[in-house]
Design a protein around this ligand. Structure first.
Ligand code: AMP
Length: 549
């Protein structure tokens, strides 16, 4: 497939709002692709050139891209930034700039999808001191061969800001339609393999190929997630549930095979080298050939420390040994996904738990199994008294569903009135804070879009504001007066007193008394709250406020 055909398809899909039409067009294209193009296409159409499990990253920030665009179009860097500020979308701005140039020179080389993928791999592998220069060189090469439309979508891919209205669900259904296989099987295979590219190829081979997928060590799967809920709500099912402490730490997946160990964070980053102490504990505690799921907490004098302490360790690249001495880390294991060549995710939770308890004797999360509300509530209070975040209720007969936030795991914690929101902009401060950001614009997810819902200016320490300034400066895409808009990357946990209807924000809602609680660097922007969550919470509180009849 030519990259130009891909770009034209993206352009066409972007203009369609109907789900069925999107799926039909995608399915027709997918059915026509060669086995070589199929995996590239299935990853790129989601804007993710590399499978999540691979840990490969492009590492291209806006400033690097601007430099390459300036070079190729013969403009000054400032002109490029200015154009972007006016247009508001980096892809469209690059398309404009390239089309001005188009009369004179270039695009003599036709780019194929494979050429693009090879270049993206080159970019991701550029390392060492010269990495920025090498990345720029590859981007310049691509952009000087690209037509304006190709430049548009290439930019979106490079900045990881690719939003053409094709989500995982659409792709799943299109693949199923293209090869006449069951979409549920496509979904299952994607949960296990964590790579839409590989799954597209398996689908082409048929349902047997999809059914035969296996988990293997060192190929992490997404973590199973929890919903917010109530004890009574879960007990309505009429069955005893498993109750565990909800630890306030950092999620991890630990893999061990042939005495080789690796640890992955919730975002599937390889954090092995940052956590030598925890790796040593788990290595000693676990048998060979195993994948387990858990939460690591930081402990001092037997009491859990705030979860940022653990995250700081995850990010650490230097002085790891000193950091390990200063705070002790304790892993808590609550699930097992694979053992001794067997994939266990299809077993009911109580069976997986039996297996976990059989093969590990330390670090397994204590558990209560009960259908009694008072007993569960007492357990919940004991968890809070011990400094934990609350409890998790898990349905005994549930399978392990990677990446799914379903009804099978329910979190119960006191601070229900918090939201995880994406930081999409900021306003420069005033007075002595004029060189820092003073308030931040926060957004919820709405389909593929991010919709502003609030600003937050309170709850930050001076150190946090300084850190935010340093961290977010490289993410600025647009500056308008005192406002800047970021390439979205960070998630804040925000407390508030009420959700109100409001004409001030596009989504129609606003938060009353928003305050910053903490950074959620462990969360991807895809895990932030959605516009539907806001609506649901608004309706819930409205019901509660209604006078009793
Ligand atoms: P939240 O981050 O608020 O969405 O809550 C879900 C997170 O709680 C999971 O992703 C885990 O990191 C964490 N967690 C803490 N204790 C447990 C537990 N016993 N079982 C599952 N998840 C837990």
């Amino acid at each position: 497939m030519l990259f130009l055909e891909f770009a034209e398809l993206c352009n066409r899909l972007e203009k369609i709002s109907g789900r069925l039409e999107t799926i039909t067009i995608l399915a027709e294209t997918i059915a026509s692709l060669s086995e070589e193009d199929l995996p590239h296409f299935s990853r790129l159409i989601l804007g993710r050139p590399f499978p999540d499990w691979s840990g490969q990253k492009l590492g291209v920030g806006p400033s690097l891209l601007y430099e390459a665009v300036a070079y190729v179009t013969g403009k000054k860097r400032e002109e490029v930034i200015d154009r972007l500020s006016r247009v508001g979308d980096a892809g469209v701005a690059v398309e404009d700039l390239l089309s001005q140039k188009s009369q004179t020179s270039f695009f003599n080389v036709e780019l194929s999808l494979s050429d693009i993928m090879a270049a993206l791999i080159e970019i991701s592998e550029a390392g060492g001191g010269r990495s920025q220069k090498e990345k720029i060189r590859v981007i310049q090469r691509l952009l000087s061969s690209a037509t304006p439309l190709e430049g548009h979508y290439l930019t979106a891919i490079l900045l990881e800001d690719f939003r053409i209205g094709v989500g995982e669900g659409n792709l799943r259904d299109a693949i199923a339609q293209a090869f006449s296989v069951n979409p549920r099987l496509v979904e299952y295979a994607n949960q296990v393999r964590n790579d839409p590219g590989e799954v597209a190829v398996l689908s082409k081979r048929g349902e047997d190929a999809l059914q035969s997928v296996r988990l293997v060590p060192f190929h992490p799967v997404r973590m199973m997630l929890a919903r917010q809920g109530t004890i009574l709500g879960v007990l309505e099912e009429g069955k005893p549930v498993a109750v565990e402490y909800k630890y306030d730490g950092a999620r991890f997946q630990f893999h061990k095979q042939n005495a080789h160990c690796k640890m992955y964070s919730r975002r599937l980053e390889d954090v092995t080298s940052a956590m030598p102490d925890v790796i040593a504990l788990l290595d000693a505690a676990l048998p060979d050939d195993v994948i387990v799921d858990g939460e690591v907490i930081a402990v001092s004098d037997g009491h859990p420390l705030p979860f940022q302490t653990v995250l700081r360790r995850f990010r650490r690249k230097h002085n790891v040994a000193q950091a390990a001495d200063a705070i002790s880390m304790v892993p808590n294991l609550f699930d097992i996904l694979y053992y001794d060549g067997e994939m266990l995710i299809g077993l009911p939770f109580y069976k997986r738990r039996e297996m976990l308890c059989k093969i590990v004797h330390t670090y397994v999360t204590p558990q209560l199994v009960s259908d009694n509300e008072e007993e569960i509530e007492a357990y919940y209070h004991a968890a809070l008294d011990a400094g934990h975040e609350g409890v998790m209720l898990k349905l005994q007969d549930s399978r392990y569903t990677p990446g799914v936030r379903g009804k099978d795991w329910v979190k119960i914690k006191p601070e229900a009135d918090t939201l995880d929101l994406v930081v999409t902009g900021a306003e420069w401060g005033e007075g002595k804070r004029a060189h820092l950001f003073g308030s931040f614009l926060l957004s919820v997810r709405s389909g593929e879009k991010l919709v502003p819902i609030s600003r937050v200016a309170t709850g930050f320490s001076d150190e946090q504001l300084a850190w935010l300034h340093d961290t977010l400066q490289g993410d600025i895409q647009i500056e308008k007066g005192k406002m800047v808009y970021f390439e979205p990357r960070l998630v804040f946990e925000i407390g508030y007193s009420e959700i109100q209807k409001s004409p001030n924000y596009e989504g129609g809602y606003a938060l009353r008394f928003p305050r910053f609680i903490e950074f959620r660097e462990d969360k991807d922007i895809k895990e932030a709250n959605t516009a539907e969550d806001i609506e649901e919470r608004y309706e819930q509180t409205r019901q509660l406020k209604k006078p009793a009849l």
